[in-house]
Design a protein around this ligand. Structure first.
Ligand SMILES: Cc1ncc(COP(=O)(O)O)c(C=O)c1O
Length: 400
């Protein structure tokens, strides 16, 4: 008898239903593959929304975590520990910035960015007290806190969670004229995803990110790039901004930074920006803890080799070529960069959810978003044959 149905029921009984998972109960994993409680294997083409860029249980990361577990796990930032300096120095170097501020979840990195930008606005730019505004994009996804959902345009994420935090202006994504119009003398930051992941891997028009950079520089406004999902190798470069030749004032990082083991996020910026924070003004008990720093330092070292960015760029071409061949055969559009793709399924055929369920039955895990879109974001350790396998299974689902 299969164990999955009972395990699914068990998992639902005492939990808030804030997710609608596929009916699969995973019990072990390695590399790009996971195994469920019934021993069935699946190719993981979601990779924890890019938190597993290096695959499940990457040997170097696991060995580092084990070693650190045997030495020191938590101190709080009331004391300094011996894993902190290396992590901060090496991550700052990877980002080309002076300083980093470690937190845990992506949403905390975004909150940190918002707070730092406001303080910078008041103390450095000279914005009158309480007047700062931040410009964001329609279709954004930056997390789930009350402030962040205040500037979401997704009614599921936002409705009934008010009163909302003021101080945000929303403009259409990809529209430079609208952005220029929205920026005024009280604007402290423009906060954007260089590619909108949750929205369906939406790549902005060419020239948009350099245009944002130019507008921000001209108006003395911080460009904050939320690279929590797009960064750390996903698009074929360390940062998605890099592919447009753009350097933001602040990077927001998360997900893959924790190596798929621990939640680690960070804000990276130069001293004139992050330097506005003084003791007591921001922090987190777990942010920058020894286990997190040990694992994340190894993540930074893996990225410093360039191997994963290279794999993502090369295998991404193969993935996108395979997916483009399905346009007109069940797909209406394919977007993305590197090993990251948003696919729009012909809604006359099936919903994104049904497509994901059928892919699951064929041993491939992916996640739908916004009705008829599927996101593919396999671990960057996936092989060429496995990429072909995923595309073949999708072709079979669309042809069924
Ligand atoms: C671009 C982006 N920013 C922020 C977040 C929030 O990260 P977390 O879920 O770790 O809070 C996400 C999560 O999907 C994201 O994709």
């Amino acid at each position: 008898m299969l164990r999955t149905p009972a395990a699914m029921q068990d998992a639902e009984r005492h939990t808030a239903h804030n997710y609608h998972p596929l009916p699969v109960v995973i019990s072990s994993a390695e590399g790009a593959w996971v195994t469920d409680v019934d021993g069935r294997r699946y190719l993981d083409c979601l990779a924890g929304y890019s938190a597993l860029n290096f695959g499940h249980r990457h040997p170097t990361l696991i060995a580092t975590a084990h070693a650190q577990l045997d030495r020191l796990t938590l101190t709080s930032r009331a004391f300094v520990h011996d894993q902190f300096a290396d992590f901060c120095r090496e991550l700052a170097a990877l980002c080309g910035k002076d300083l980093v501020l470690p937190m845990n979840t992506g949403a905390e990195a975004v909150e940190t960015g918002v707070k730092v930008a406001r303080k910078w606005g008041y103390q450095v730019k000279g914005v009158p007290a309480g007047q700062a505004n931040i410009v964001v994009a329609e279709g954004n996804f930056h997390g789930r806190t009350t402030t962040i959902v205040s500037f979401s345009t997704d009614s599921d994420a936002r409705a009934d969670f008010g009163p909302y935090t003021p101080g945000f202006r929303i403009v259409p994504y990809g529209d430079l004229a609208a952005l220029a119009e929205a920026i005024d003398e009280h604007t402290v930051a423009v906060l954007l995803e260089p590619i909108q992941g949750e929205q369906g891997v939406v790549v902005p028009p060419e020239g948009y990110l350099p245009g944002v950079r130019r507008l921000c520089t001209e108006s003395n406004v911080l460009f904050i790039a939320d690279e929590i999902q797009s960064g750390l190798g996903r698009t074929g470069a360390t940062f998605a901004c890099e592919q447009e030749g753009v350097v933001p004032d602040m990077y927001l990082l998360g997900k893959a930074l924790g190596g798929g083991i621990v939640p680690v996020s960070a804000v990276a910026a130069d001293a004139d920006v992050l330097g506005v924070l003084k003791p007591g003004q921001h922090g987190s008990t777990f942010g920058g803890n020894p286990l997190a720093c040990a694992v994340a330092t190894e993540v930074v070292r893996l990225l410093a080799t360039g191997e994963f960015q290279h794999r993502s760029a090369e295998l991404g071409e193969r993935l996108h070529a395979g997916l483009r061949a399905l346009i007109g055969k069940g797909l209406v559009a394919v977007r993305g960069r590197g090993l990251w793709a948003g696919l729009d399924i012909d809604p006359a055929l099936m919903s994104g959810r049904v497509a994901c369920e059928r892919l699951m039955e064929r041993g491939v895990l992916a996640k739908d978003t916004h009705g008829s879109t599927i996101r593919l974001a396999p671990p960057l350790v996936i092989t060429a044959e496995e990429v072909d396998h995923a595309v073949a299974q999708l072709a079979a689902v669309l042809a069924d």
